[in-house]
Design a binder for this molecule. Structure first.
Ligand SMILES: [Zn+2]
Ligand SMILES: [Zn+2]
Length: 438
């Protein structure tokens, strides 16, 4: 599907056009750098992004956007209607993680919060969502200042609870596309900072770029009793152990070589004492894939193996298998990505490259799938260029602290400037540009 962008006009969507607009209207980034430090020092857990969302909302209101808050939790949108043209949605996620920060930065988080289980936990922006919020605030100001240069509608969306992969769905279910007087977006755009890429760089590819994730909770049943008399019992710990081992054969023996699939048993729990055989055992699995056929193959194989192992061990009751989470694969629309790749290559030159698909997952694409429109998600480099070059020279790229690490520390610049520019260039690629007077 192609967005209907006027081509038979004197407007050339060239580097010169984007460079001119972005350089003329880019706001002073010192403000956004201090906003970033503030957000980084004050992270908030998923579904508790109250302060962050009010900072974003107030900023959008001050600039002149029409703001709608509390959508699907602390989600919000700022809308700028600017004449007849396509509607572009830019998305940033806002939540942080229960991680104790160990970066040693002077703006490091020392914060704790109460999580959904009632436990006090340390909180850190260990996935860089503070970068996303700051960049979208900056891009919102840039595109508002540059509004004489384009026509259409711009929606800046700040999403809660990405780390639970529930926030995008919560916003859609809470009437994101039906409750407000806004046109349906023609395209949904977003970015994610990663320290596996040098700051100043952007990476983009068509097709699948992040995996689908499924979560399964499984309970297998045995027959409890005295640990000294296993012959009178059915041991669910042995059943669960056989399942974990046998699951390893799905990717290695059943999946076509070269297809991407991951099955991880991240949690296994059973028993209360050393001399008691328990009645049941619980397993929790995380499953990743890039295409729906593989996803179905993995889920079917897991169920087959779980049931067969229970039968083989004379389990007295059928296992309970529950889907605990699902987020779809993030797929970049092929045609639109070609347009954006051209813009990025022209604008960022050698700093634009192809994006390797990642095994991590995102709920970003839910915002586009819900209304059946294309979406594009790109990678924003975050690693300090000097540290990157040193690591590359010494063969230690793999040791750079990754997202979700307690030592994850994107370089503020040139990351923020690149992220603001990338959002602005991407939006301008799909909005209707106005020719400058001759
Ligand atoms: Zn994350
Ligand atoms: Zn993230």
């Amino acid at each position: 599907m192609r967005i209907n962008i006027p081509t038979a006009s004197s407007i050339t969507r060239s580097n010169q056009t984007y460079r001119g607009i972005v350089d003329e209207y880019r706001p002073d980034l010192a403000y956004y750098e201090s906003t970033y430090r503030d957000l980084h020092s004050n992270p908030e857990l998923s579904r508790q992004e109250k302060r962050t969302s009010s900072i974003a909302a107030n900023h959008l209101k001050t600039i002149g956007y029409c703001v709608h808050e509390n959508i699907g939790g602390y989600g919000l949108i700022g809308v700028l209607k600017n004449g007849h043209g396509p509607t572009v949605l830019l998305r940033a996620d806002m939540d942080a993680l229960p991680v104790r920060e160990n970066t040693g930065l002077d703006y490091a988080s020392k914060k704790t919060m109460t999580d959904s289980n009632g436990t006090e936990v340390p909180v850190m922006h260990a996935c860089g969502h503070d970068v996303h919020v700051s960049c979208l605030m900056g891009a919102a100001r840039l595109l508002h200042a540059a509004r004489s240069k384009w026509r259409g509608t711009l929606i800046c969306l700040f999403q809660p609870a990405e780390e639970f992969v529930t926030g995008a769905r919560a916003m859609v279910n809470d009437g994101l596309y039906s409750r407000f007087d806004i046109p349906k977006p023609d395209i949904v755009l977003g970015q994610h900072v990663f320290c596996i890429e040098k700051a100043g760089a952007v990476a983009l590819s068509p097709g699948p770029v992040m995996a689908a994730a499924d979560g399964l909770k499984i309970r297998v049943f045995g027959k409890g009793g005295h640990g000294s008399m296993p012959s009178l019992c059915i041991d669910p710990i042995v059943i669960a152990s056989q399942i974990v081992v046998r699951l390893q054969t799905i990717v290695s023996r059943e999946l076509q070589p070269g297809k991407m699939g991951v099955i991880t048993c991240g949690k296994i729990q059973a028993g209360t004492a050393v001399n008691i055989i328990p009645d049941y055992a619980d397993l929790e699995l995380s499953i990743r894939s890039y295409d729906t056929r593989v996803q179905k193959q993995l889920l079917d194989a897991i169920e087959r193996i779980v049931r067969a192992e229970c039968n083989a061990s004379r389990s007295p009751q059928d296992p309970v298998i529950e889907n605990s989470a699902h987020t779809p694969v993030t797929v970049n629309d092929v045609d639109q990505t070609e347009s954006l790749k051209t813009s990025f290559s022209d604008f960022f030159e050698d700093n634009a490259s192809a994006m390797e698909p990642l095994p991590g997952s995102e709920d970003f694409s839910v915002l586009a799938r819900a209304i059946k429109v294309p979406s594009i998600f790109w990678m924003l480099g975050g690693c300090d260029p000097i540290k990157w070059d040193e690591a590359e020279r010494s063969g230690k790229i793999g040791e750079i602290p990754m997202n979700h690490s307690a030592e994850f520390a994107p370089a503020i610049e040139p990351t923020l400037r690149t992220g603001v520019d990338a959002l602005a260039v991407a939006a301008l690629t799909f909005l209707r540009l106005i020719a400058s007077p001759a």
